[in-house]
Ligand binder design. Structure first.
Ligand code: AMP
Length: 296
């Protein structure tokens, strides 16, 4: 264990487990924030929230190879551990867990966890192995960090549904017992959701990227104004996105928030999720907002 001021950096699963087990034996609660590093204010908001609730807050930094597809950005994913440690320290994290790939996958890519249902649409449709990688790494990270509560961002809404399903169906006691909390998306002042991948944006991309949040906002205004025709809401979002001709839409949908699908029966939904994935230049961006549409 090496110390960076008041933060402990832990690299092995054994050491991580023993730190948390001894804390828990003393009745100390443990929060965790799993990340892939290159931290920004979205991550910091999760860490700050956790640090107000738990004496121990473990931030994992692990760029998980199994959730990247063969033509995705694993090799060039941004990394800067020294900067990350400073952000964790300032946000009140106490431990950083930076395992190697061998620590997380000691047997190599022998087995993985598949969650069915919610993984089959949207991100799962265009990235077929992505959520197997996410479910598997989160299970392994929970086994290592043994948290009471794990904090995730709504920015990755579909991922949060996958993780809730992982916890609900896991045979492992250390995974089942984790409480999952989802916190709001942090944005730049022009609405762009903060993301480690925003560093890939060229100056032109960056100027145009807020159109994604503008489209989501337009969809939300229509729903809040009483529009129940979800096709019309999707079309309105696409109309806004099309104001940037360079932007390639992957999806722009209005769906039931709990399933990310359109329900078979027509009717007023309690909560609608608006989700967009789009490419600008070489960067793929995702964002979403939730809109309560049912009666209060
Ligand atoms: P990542 O490092 O991108 O895998 O993200 C780690 C965690 O931070 C995930 O739970 C994300 O949903 C969350 N996160 C990423 N971006 C934001 C944001 N802009 N606001 C809040 N949480 C975020």
């Amino acid at each position: 264990m090496t110390r960076k001021r008041d933060i402990s950096v832990i690299e092995t699963v054994d050491e991580m487990q023993s730190v948390v087990r001894s804390a828990r034996a003393d009745g100390i609660s443990v929060g965790c924030v799993p990340t892939m590093g290159y931290l920004h204010d979205g991550h910091a908001s999760l860490i700050r929230h956790a640090s107000e609730r738990h004496p121990i807050v473990v931030v994992s930094i692990f760029v998980n190879p199994t959730q990247f597809g063969p033509n995705e950005d694993f090799a060039r994913y941004p990394r800067d551990l020294a900067r990350d440690l400073e952000i964790v320290r300032q946000a009140g994290g106490t431990h950083v867990f930076t395992p190697t790939v061998d620590q997380i996958y000691p047997e190599g890519p022998r087995s993985s966890i598949h969650i069915s249902g919610v993984t089959e649409v949207l991100e799962g449709a265009s990235r077929p192995t992505h959520f197997d990688g996410v479910a598997t790494v989160v299970s392994r990270l929970f086994e290592a960090m043994l948290p009471d509560v794990a904090y995730f961002g709504q920015k990755d809404l579909q991922q949060t549904l996958v993780i809730r399903e992982l916890v609900r169906t896991s045979p492992l006691e250390s995974v089942q017992r984790v409480r999952v909390e989802v916190l709001p998306t942090m944005r730049e002042s022009d609405g762009l959701a903060r993301s480690s991948r925003n560093v890939y944006l060229s100056a032109e991309d960056r100027r145009e990227a807020p159109v994604i949040f503008a489209a989501l906002t337009r969809g939300a205004e229509l729903l809040e104004g009483g529009m129940h025709d979800l096709d019309a809401v999707e079309q309105a979002m696409r109309d806004v996105l099309n104001s940037v001709p360079r932007l390639e839409i992957d999806y722009a949908v209005a769906v039931e928030a709990s399933t990310l699908r359109r329900p078979a029966a027509q009717g007023v939904l309690d909560e609608v999720a608006l989700l967009i994935a789009a490419r600008l230049g070489t960067t793929r961006l995702i964002d979403n907002i939730l809109v309560r549409t049912g009666r209060p």
